[in-house]
Design a protein around this ligand. Sequence first.
Ligand SMILES: [Zn+2]
Length: 416
Amino acid sequence: MPDVFADLVGQDEAVTELRRAAAAAAAVLRAAATDRTPALVAAGEADAGAGTPDPGTGMTHAWIFTGPPGSGRSVAARAFAAALQCAYGTGCGECPGCHTTMGGTNADVRLVVPEGLSIGVGEMRALVLRAASTPSGGRWQVVVIEDADRLTEAAGNALLKAIEEPPPRTVFLLCAPSTHPDDISVTIRSRCRVVPLRQPPATAVAEVLVRRDGIAPDVAQWAAAAAQGHVGRARRLARDPEARKRRAAVLAVPRRLTGVGAAFDAASALIEAAEAEAEASVAEADVAERAALQTALGAGGTGRGAAGAIRGAAGQLKELEKRQKSRATRAQRDALDRALVDLAGFYRDALTMALRAPVDPVHTDTAALAGAGAQKWDAEGSLRRLEAVLACRAAIDANVKPRIAVEAMMLALWKG
Ligand SMILES: [Zn+2]
């Protein structure tokens, strides 16, 4: 197994900072074990030629990883968590601490992945409480919160309290698109160190697909460009024929927009495709969860207390259904957003061609079509269409009903 940071593509500066912090964190632990101050330990090691940086500035208790979707926010957080649990403090990828963290089985690393539209206060309170306990492996309690921008206000406050007065061995790793107040509260932000990630270049994404996933170089290159720097999306495009089919259907939209009726048809098709994709992705988990809950509740009990148990069971089932509905909505929005990003890539190609900008197209396979569009619409018309797609994403993000936003977009794409 390679170093834990190996999959963090095209993020050299962030990796350097995280390595330094992990080394500093290891020095803190060694200092505690030998009852010296971390600075003394570091100084001693520096004398011995180990070159450990000053732990006073290297390590802190709360971090935010920011960057566009697919840039590797959660990959970075997990790798850093592994480096903190690493027996050597480097994220060697070989020791039990690295292995268990990367495999998701380390008892001192908790991962919060919101399935629905938000992370509630109950979940956050329970997590904060558990995170305050002494690490069983003797190193750090690490809490990774993916999509910290989905914290409810109350959950954010519960987290803030923990970050303001962190237990000595607890580290919080938050992931969010940006540090904008819409994504993360100003008070939480002020307590955290920010690690900005960038959109990795297509060549770096292609390289990791070849090296890690064994994908043929030409396919990897095409997928990396088409995915616009989103590593997970690139892998899916390279491997999953269904994902390629869905993308092809989205990229066929521009040439289908021949009139008002066609625009509404295209909107329906896009919405329904997103619904179908989302349903397929959550259906299996839904059924399994429902079965597990029914087993746990012992369906069909009789005797004393059974009536109360059944009332309780109905409540739990209702709660589960609510959670599943929220997850399904999230999956639909994610699927629709992926389609809109693909579509935006097409109009961006048309725009750069109209401007004769010396950049490679996002979608090499529809470059000819984008070129024809560029001639017909010119730079201004291409830009207006690109903006219509981006406005649709923004509207859905602001809770406009997806069908209404997509219909408005299709009409704008047709009229120009
Ligand atoms: Zn290790």
